[in-house]
Design a protein around this ligand. Structure first.
Ligand SMILES: [Ca+2]
Ligand SMILES: [Ca+2]
Length: 422
């Protein structure tokens, strides 16, 4: 191939490139990956075309494959079928039109996401050249089954303005807007609370007096993590996180969220993978706020770390509205986020490593008409198939309240079977 025709082809290639920076291949370069283009995509499988150059004088057979996401952190959840097996790919410059492709399959049990992969051209001696390219997308099929509500349409004494739910090994912790409750898992949540509650292991506590006096009046969805309850608190700025101990719900500490970025705090959750506290505003969340946290000298110190940007399954940036609850799974590492804006809500499941949505649990709710005003609130991930929780099974548990009607808000506690959390 002449130098002139190579240049012309490279310009043509530039218009076709999806990823990578095209450059005419210098004569001394053994090889160059000029671009990739996914051409067939489904939940577990992607076929990727490659545009590349391999020096025609290279003496050995070459193949093209990829590390996902890259050489240093490649994941066993992916298998790659390289291009050019068994005899090797053609050498010289080859464009997308020639349909030289390799294939990646997701073989893991848990849905995952990727932001990059590292494409590699190699021969029998090793790698000749590699290039890290963007591949932001979700992998795997997120499966779930709705098991029903329990309680269903009830006013058990703690449903009014119910905001969220979390748990430790043996207890539920439930937040109303002004009160936190603790119930043993063996207690039937369908029962109303009576004056004998202490004898049954039930505790409750209100917003601490000094915080009420300052004007704080609304707890959000809470999280249990490593011996403490973390509860967001609104009513004035800055929004706060209040910490309680789980035994008798005694107050431990409180700290301020950053009011330059955060005017609401409907939920918070600590990620067991990094120990950081995740939270968001209610609406228009292009990302989640991530804070470092430390309890020191009776204070909770919160230092804003970064924004975890959110994407859909195809890697397109999204904004989440009406976020009311968030919970991490210790088993899968996934983040479950509830949202009830219009008809497009439900439980969104994100890979917190990338912010990419890997699943979507549809939830039936009537957001606004004159008969129902149902809100999806907090949620928690807890495998209760064998835990002896009366009337409750499943792994993902979501509070819904109906604000229309007489007396307290009506409680619907929704339970979902989610195989990856078993
Ligand atoms: Ca709420
Ligand atoms: Ca009612």
């Amino acid at each position: 191939m002449t130098g002139k025709s190579l240049t012309v082809l490279s310009f043509l290639a530039a218009a076709l490139l999806v990823a990578g920076i095209p450059q005419p291949a210098p004569a001394q370069t053994a090889c160059q990956i000029q671009g990739i283009r996914p051409i067939h995509v489904d939940e577990n499988h992607v076929k990727v075309q490659v545009q590349y150059f391999i020096a025609p004088s290279h003496p050995k057979a070459c193949h093209i494959g990829a590390y996902v996401p890259n050489r240093t952190t490649q994941s066993s959840s992916f298998a790659v079928r390289p291009a050019g097996t068994p005899g090797g790919v053609p050498k010289g410059l080859h464009t997308f039109q020639e349909n030289i492709h390799f294939e990646i399959s997701h073989v893991g049990a848990t849905p995952k996401s990727t932001e990059t992969m590292e494409v590699v051209i190699y021969d029998g001696d090793g790698n000749l050249c590699t290039s890290v390219v963007t591949l932001r997308r979700a992998w795997g099929n997120f499966r779930y089954t709705f098991l029903g509500d329990h309680p269903h349409d009830r006013e058990p004494g703690w449903s009014d303005e119910c905001q969220g739910v979390t748990h430790d090994d043996r207890n539920w912790y439930i937040a109303q807007n002004k009160t936190i409750w603790k119930f043993p898992v063996t207690y039937s949540l369908n029962e109303g609370v009576t004056s004998a509650k202490r004898a049954r292991g039930i505790w409750n506590i209100d917003i601490p007096r000094f915080l009420r006096d300052e004007g704080y009046n609304h707890f959000g969805h809470l999280d249990y993590y490593d011996g403490h309850l973390y509860v967001p608190l609104e009513g004035k700025l800055p929004c706060k996180i209040v910490v309680f101990e789980p035994g008798m719900l005694n107050y431990v500490a409180e700290g301020n969220l950053d009011d330059k970025i955060q005017t609401h705090a409907p939920w918070c959750a600590v990620n067991p993978a990094d120990g950081l506290l995740y939270t968001s505003n209610s609406d228009d969340n292009g990302g989640l706020f991530v804070y470092r946290r430390e309890i020191k000298n009776g204070k909770l110190e919160l230092r804003y770390s970064h924004l975890l940007r959110l994407y859909d399954e195809q890697g397109t940036p999204i904004r989440v509205n009406s976020a009311q609850g968030g919970a991490f799974s210790r088993k899968s590492g996934l983040l479950y986020l509830s949202s009830d804006r219009g008809g497009g809500g439900g439980i969104f499941v994100f890979d917190p490593k990338t912010g990419i949505r890997v699943g979507w649990i549809n939830v039936s709710y009537h957001h606004s008409n004159t008969t129902y005003m149902e809100e999806l609130e907090g949620l928690t991930v807890w495998d209760l198939d064998a835990a002896g929780a009366p009337g409750i099974r499943g792994q993902v548990h979501l509070i819904m309240i109906d604000n229309v009607g007489v007396n307290d808000d009506d409680l619907y506690f929704k339970h979902f079977s989610v195989p990856v959390e078993k």
